[in-house]
Design a binder for this molecule. Sequence first.
Ligand code: KIV
Ligand code: ZN
Length: 514
Amino acid sequence: MVQNGKRIYIFDTTLRDGEQSPGVSLNSDEKLAIAQQLARLGVDVIEAGFPIASPGDFSSVSRIAKEVKGPIIAGLARTGEADIKSAYEAVKHAERPRIHTFVATSKIHMTKKLCKTEEEVKEMVAKYVKMAKSLVDDVEFSAEDAFRSEIPFLCEVFTLAIDAGANVINIPDTVGYATPWEFGEFVKAIREGVPNIDKAVISVHCHNDLGLAVANSLAAVRNGAQQVEVAVNGIGERAGNASLEEVVMALYTRRNYLGFSTSINTRELYRTSTMVSRLTGMRVQHNKAIVGKNAFAHEAGIHQDGVIKERTTYEIMNPEMVGISSNKLVLGKHSGRHAFKLQLEKLGFNLNEEILEKIFNEFKALADRKSEILDEDLITLVDNEMFADSEQVYELNHMRVTLGTNITATSTIGMLVQGKPVEEAACADGPIEASYAAINKIVKLPARLESYNINAVTHGKDAQGEVVVRVAIDGKTFMGRGLSVDIIESSVRAYINALNKIVRAQPELLQERQ
Ligand code: KIV
Ligand code: ZN
């Protein structure tokens, strides 16, 4: 989007801090798809992960670095040799690689967590920023828990980091404790207290524990921050990070007052939000600013009347601006390939013929069960195809459920386990519980259902029900999604989807059961 005003860099941490949200675990294909969408959205930096955290993290960061073109690709590293080398190995193939290294600088973190003195922390900063700089040109240094650190010490640390080669210095409010006025003053004090600050970009990273992350980020920008670290839908540790779409739309909508611009293509915001929500299983609350279901809905008669007469009476932003289309084309069972392909293209999907053919067949099957196929239905069909388990250990073959009032529900589930048909039945108080019990008899995994959520994908009585479950095993949680016009079937599919993720991540569980 072409805008005037001082440019603010958008650093997206959905795949790193966002992925640290409780219960979120994305596989490599999902991370790559999100990274590609972030590139389409126009973010300046994608923090792709924390490479030393696990081999899976390392390989997803490295895949994103190799395949995603446009944004800077950053990998996170603590101030230590192994972390920095691993981050370098993961990002080195990117067009523009960045190492993002950090150490805590608040008294409480230094004494209680790191068990280091101020001098030791300063030595670490100088040594490891220099090491990172010897490997890549672009180095960001973060002072973890900066907002609860002593300003004079923080200024010394940032001065050292910049001298050692950091071209971005980041000021996190790690625990989301700041208020906007204070945070603005804090950023200003650092800008004025670091003598070599003109050699670096000032960045901020605000957590949302008090619901102030976006306000704090804006206050920082007004006081000299040029980079804002954000996550799509505001996901992240605990209450999350500053929400990308809120920061971007506040900067855009109030550009005349604030005087800043970003490189974000705002028309991709809704699609990005929907994709992240689907793949992480983290629902967006209906009244969430910018991308919530109700963000542009006018319920009160007086509001509806005003909007019909003149949209701007009650709307400060236009839904099309964020990619919410008012013209939701409806397809049905008589729609042909051409209309289908055209609508997918309008939604931003340019799929190859093979995938298109598969999705078209799914579309026809769905159209037999549902009279109107809306945009959301199409998006879910594409998602299902793109993120289908390529090697499914467990597949649903058939199901038969009996239920009613005053009778015990019975479910018979037929599955293919590595291609071999198996059938089991179970009874319980409800049909979903009975179905899950039958599946458990088949898979024999010590899995525990942690949460279950159901949502209608579109409106209307024939809407598809999307079920998201979280299934825990050995202290780890796996998310599963299932979709159908029949909610018992979606529930079964969601559970099987999570079980497939479990055995893919821990194949030994399967061997133990053979
Ligand atoms: O919240 C935080 O301090 C972080 C740093 C690693 C930037 O996420
Ligand atoms: Zn953080």
